[in-house]
Design a protein around this ligand. Structure first.
Ligand SMILES: [Mg+2]
Length: 221
């Protein structure tokens, strides 16, 4: 499926790709409305009705991923609330063996995430994955969400890599579109980013059921 000899750098998304999107979906769809409703004396349903249009409007923009923005906007301590449900932060299946496999092939492994730095820190604390990456890049540090071409232009300036010899895995189709527009040669999506959600499909992108699909069987453990 992949000729690994042709790949130098592997860019990996975090939420929904390496980590189960269950946490994020539960957090934004259930936990934030619950706490917002409690704070403002309204029901969780009323809170959803207030919050969701705003969330939908900002989806894919840097503010959508910014805990500082939401803490101020909702008058809620977002990162503290994330800690309340942080038992849901989990790596997806075979992530550790996949990262070890890439390490064994001596690939450069880059975590490239839209997550805000404090969310990234919480997730690395909970999963212990940070040591597996050669570099961690947040879209906040680039000034643009990955959905935006400008993010890739800035990435090109700050990180030396060859798009022809890069692989990028991300559960977001709009992010994959953005990576493709920038010329990243190899792209994969994720079939089931949220373990509690429905499987996705796409007419063009190959969506991975499991990272084992791109690891030769003898190297899996
Ligand atoms: Mg993602």
């Amino acid at each position: 499926m992949i000729d690994w000899d042709e790949v130098d750098t592997v860019f990996l998304d975090m939420d929904g790709t390496l980590l189960d999107l269950r946490f994020d979906n539960h957090f934004w769809l259930e936990h934030v409305p619950l706490r917002f409703g409690q704070r403002h004396g309204i029901s969780t349903g009323q809170a959803r009705a207030q919050l969701f249009p705003k969330m939908t409007q900002l989806r894919g923009q840097l503010d959508w991923y910014c805990t500082t923005f939401w803490s101020k906007e909702l008058d809620l301590p977002i990162i503290e609330l994330k800690r309340e449900v942080s038992h849901l932060i989990k790596a997806r299946a075979h992530v550790e063996s996949f990262l070890k496999y890439l390490r064994g092939l001596d690939k450069r492994i880059v975590l490239f995430t839209n997550a805000h730095e404090d969310t990234l820190a919480l997730k690395m604390e909970k999963t212990g994955l940070e040591a597996q990456f050669d570099k961690t890049i947040t879209s906040h540090s680039l000034g643009h969400a990955k959905e935006v071409q400008a993010a890739w232009s800035v990435l090109d300036r700050v990180y030396d890599f060859d798009p022809d010899r890069a692989l990028f895995i991300d559960d977001s189709f709009s992010v994959l579109d953005s990576a493709r527009a920038h010329g990243i040669a190899r792209l994969f999506g994720i079939k089931m980013p949220d373990s509690g959600g429905d499987p996705l499909s796409h007419p063009h992108y190959t969506l991975l059921d499991s990272f084992e699909q791109i690891m030769p069987r003898r190297n899996t453990s």
